[in-house]
Design a binder for this molecule. Sequence first.
Ligand code: MN3
Length: 236
Amino acid sequence: MSDRRNFIKATAAGALGLATLPSIESIAATTAPPAPTKHELPPLPYAYDALEPHIDAQTMQLHHDKHHAAYVAGLNKAEEELAKARASGDYALIQHWSKQAAFHGGGHYLHSMFWTVMAPAGKGGGGEPTGALMDLIVQSFGSFDAFKKQLSAAAAAVEGSGWGLVHYRPSNRSFIILQAENQHKLTSWGGTPVLGIDVWEHAYYLKYQNKRADYIAAWWNVVNWAEVARRVENAG
Ligand code: MN3
């Protein structure tokens, strides 16, 4: 063991009032996480046409199989290029690949959530939340109706392509509604998105054309509140 490691071990043991600590080698051997793998496109949790008539099958197929798949590929590519940069020490394109990682990583994360926070209308989708989730919504926004109006307004007013997002903040057990431009801009840290509506044109244009508000109104019929509640629980 190096002098430096002995020093760290002795200092940590002293600070904790412990006579001995497990060696760094034994901690590494027992707690090292598995190496990261490539990101993969998660399967849709229902059929392409399951959200009809609110969201059409063709949109779902293109959105999942083409758009989301492209974000997964883009994120893997960005991470490969960042690994190459680390290996070579050449960071000339660090700004480009960092932006790519944020854009595609945001897309992959948000779409992975988006599919699961929807369910067929009347079969897990739509209606109103119950229990602790409803209580938290009322505490954060005053009423479910006020929450619904604010999320609809935020989504409708996203400049260009983006999302209306509900973040849960474990620090004070509250929700905040935010917009995201593209997949990642205008967000804030310290919260976890637990519900989001994609308002990129590809999410609704085939069926709703320029009528984003009509798509947003229809989307409420397929919100999977049980999944939102599960995400809030895991975030806390
Ligand atoms: Mn999308």
